[in-house]
Design a protein around this ligand. Sequence first.
Ligand code: UD1
Ligand code: CA
Length: 505
Amino acid sequence: MDPSLLNGGELLMKKVSAVVLAAGHGTRMRSKRAKVLHPVAGRPMLWYVVSVARQITDGHVVVVIGHQADHVQAFLEQSKSEFDPFDIVVQAKQMGTGHAVQQGQAVLMPNGQPVSRNCLIVNGDTPLLTRSTVERLLAQHDETNAVLTILTTDLPDPKGYGRVVRGETGELVKVVEDRDAGPTERAIHEVNAGIYVADSQFLFMALARIQPDNAQREYYLPDLIGLAVTHGGRVTGMKTLENSECLGVNSREHLAAVERVMQQRIRTRWLEQGVTMLDPQTTFIEDRVTVGQDTVLYPGVTLEGQTEIGTDCVIRSSSRVTNSVVGNVVTIEDHSVIDGAMIEEGATVGPFARLRAGSIVRSNAQVGNFVELKNTELGAGSKANHLSYLGDTSVGQRVNIGAGTITCNYDGFRKEHTIIEDEAFIGSDTQLVAPVKVQKGAVVGAGSTITQDVPPDALALSRSQQSNREGWASRRRASYPETPTPSATSKSTPSSRKKKKGSHE
Ligand code: UD1
Ligand code: CA
């Protein structure tokens, strides 16, 4: 057994716990929403931080919440299966990052005994932090026998961050917050990333001694550095070259910058998995999305939410797929919007198609331009190729839905169902007034309004009978001898126009 798991030879101690700070106001975001819940690539930024914490700790993960505690807690509970086990503690009044960590003491130091030797502390607003960086930080902490190890980086524009002040031999002396910094300190580019590993015993001892003597009258967590130095404990800094990992989101500008980096990472992930992107910069893929090998994404494609795209698909420009499952070898033509739908292997959709919640397009079916499906299943090999609305409808296999077919599924009060069985043929410009059923193999004549069920293999027609009057058109033309030809009209003089006035146009 790893000897570091033993404390005093008796108490089995886990190596690392974690505290995630998520109680702050996030005032600079100017938002109604708690900062840590703002999405990055479709997930609240807190998700990324808690995930990294969960992955590297073998002990407790404590999330400190406060501002909009209800909302943040609801999100954490929702993600319970991914984050368990974790604890939530509430910082009722947000009195600074040092004070926030202190709220975890009851969980991490019950009865004055630490549950883990070390404690990772992470700001909840740094969603780009990676597991490997945290692992390196932990390794350095262990190797150097430090009581505190902090992650730092050089930023071209360090404004807003705590500056890292080092001594003559490069040793860490303190972190000075932007607001408290003088001109010399402001000129420092090395910043505190807000990620720390601390010896648990030292951590809670030192936190009790932090004083709020600074511009914000808050208990600053980075003051631990000065305290460690004073008490002769070893403090080390690990500078990472990956400075984007250390971006802390304080404003919308930061949020946009973080989104940009996250998108870049996600695109690289899928490019490496064998996905083609014609213009990666304009391809937007959220974190939960998966994309199969040899799928081609055209410029301006957006893939969102819990979406799975199969292999060998083609998704053309400006299409958006949200919370949908797309099988293999599916083509989605330009400008299609797919939300809450399932599309099976070999099907084609679009251009300009809209699939709404509960739509299922079975294998090799075709949904063409300006066709909308809602809560509708289009059976294998069936086609709805032009200008149609199918809502609350079950369409069987090998059915042809003619251009301009509309299911009238809403009577002003309730939604009703339409059933179209296998091999039926619905002529163009048909209205199907639900509830109604067109049975297997039946044909509906173009222009019909269907209000009653159609039996199998029957022809249904509901339009009025056509009558032809032989020679009517030529007789009509003959009765208007002065009707100008199109070329005469274009050359017409004001007087000829006047002459026309009395004629029947
Ligand atoms: C903090 C650091 C700064 C560092 C920067 C890195 C302090 C005092 N400063 O500054 O040195 O360069 O992060 O991004 O720590 N929070 C609470 N309770 C509170 C206050 C904050 O839980 O009472 C949480 C926030 O929700 C946030 C995190 O702590 O997730 C950091 O707080 P924030 O106000 O963003 O600190 P910075 O000013 O960015
Ligand atoms: Ca911050």
